[in-house]
Design a protein around this ligand. Structure first.
Ligand SMILES: *Cc1c(COP(=O)(O)O)cnc(C)c1O
Length: 357
């Protein structure tokens, strides 16, 4: 007898999802905000947390938080589902709409968690390809959706890790295709505030569509673990059946609601990051690397003369950590660089120039 019980086979074969958390001076690997939220936010959260009734369970349905998020998007709380990071939102979506005997579709290269959470939940994952420059290819989307009839189809715009923004007309077309096979479309907008267009404009009670957002990036709150989706009321009520009771703790609910008092400062952070991104892209254009246009707070690059793997390690040696994308389909030799504070971006550029010469 094997003294160590085995996990189910699909788990045993899994790689897990790892982004190394190394101790470095310049951390540009996880698309975090380089700036914390404002001091006023932190003070307001501390004050509210001091009033938490620690001996009681938190509000199970997080009504206040969902109401505030709903106001931001001009919908009611019944159209908002919040959880511990948008990853938990995606997992809950797959627990309810994916699972054994069901299928999810992704278009690579894209956010690795979509396929990974598919496998974790026992959902079969089918893969389509993005087109040239990693743009959404509507013929490919039609092929995948009509031949596999996926229960859940994922898009990601701006797309991680390529930075590409999906053409809103194409997203709308994919929604039509998905609706045609009785499926559900999930548009991951983790970087939505960097982009004017949003699939939120396609939402409707009859549209099989959800849009996910996170507090981890533009809200500068990766430490809080909070994300949400906006979708039809009938779908949100299915999700609340499968998520664990009291999944959102009292502090997270408070932090998420208080953050929304500081929309202006969030938007200013976004503008500073966009300015820095443009500076970074202009500087990179003068180095021997291929650079893809980005609509988010990161830039995908491929060094032309030195292997990406070597560049990654030599940057780490100089205490600069970026994301090695070598294991992503079609991204051999690519690195994803988060836009940091000006001084961090300078450190990265300086180290990169050294490594490439
Ligand atoms: C960073 C990111 C998330 C965020 O996940 P959280 O669990 O909310 O931290 C979700 N989707 C994409 C595409 C991301 O890049």
């Amino acid at each position: 007898m094997n003294p160590r019980p085995l996990p189910r086979e699909s788990v045993a074969l899994m790689q897990g999802y790892h982004s190394p958390q190394l101790e470095v001076e310049v951390r540009l690997n996880a698309n975090e905000s380089p700036e914390p939220p404002p001091a006023e936010f932190r003070a307001a959260v501390a004050e509210a947390v001091d009033r938490v009734a620690w001996h009681r369970y938190p509000d199970r349905s997080a009504t206040r938080l969902r109401t505030r998020i709903g106001e931001l998007h001009e919908v009611g709380p019944e159209q908002v589902f919040a959880a511990n990071g948008s990853n938990e939102v995606l997992q809950t979506l797959l627990l309810a709409y994916g699972g054994a005997g069901r299928t999810a579709a992704v278009f690579e290269p894209t956010y690795a968690l979509h396929a990974h959470l598919g496998r974790v939940t026992g959902t079969s994952v089918v893969t389509g390809e993005r087109g040239p420059a990693f743009a959404l290819d509507i013929d490919e989307a039609r092929r995948v959706v009509q031949s596999h009839r996926p229960d859940v189809t994922f898009l990601c715009s701006p797309n991680n890790p390529t930075g590409a923004i999906d053409d809103p007309a194409k997203v709308s077309e994919v929604l039509g295709l998905v609706r045609g096979v009785g499926g559900l479309l999930c548009v991951d907008e983790a970087y939505g505030q960097f982009n004017e267009a949003s699939a939120l404009s396609l939402l409707g009670d009859e549209a099989p569509l959800v849009v996910t957002r996170t507090y981890s990036k533009t809200w500068a709150m990766a430490g809080a673990r909070l994300g949400y989706l906006v979708g039809p009321e009938w779908l949100v009520s299915e999700l609340s059946k499968v998520v664990l009771p009291y999944h959102l703790d009292a502090m997270t609910q408070i932090a998420g609601a208080v953050a929304l008092d500081y929309v202006d400062s969030m938007q200013q952070r976004v503008q500073r990051l966009v300015a820095e991104r443009e500076r970074l892209v202009a500087e990179l254009a003068m180095t021997p690397v291929e650079v893809w246009p980005s609509g988010a707070n990161f830039v995908l690059i491929r060094p032309e003369e030195v292997s990406g793997e070597v560049v990654w390690q030599k940057l780490v040696d100089r205490s600069v950590l970026v994301r090695n994308c070598a294991s992503w389909p079609r991204l051999e030799g690519c690195l994803r660089v988060t836009v940091g504070a000006p001084r961090e971006n300078d450190r990265f550029l300086e180290a990169l120039r050294e490594v490439l010469t």
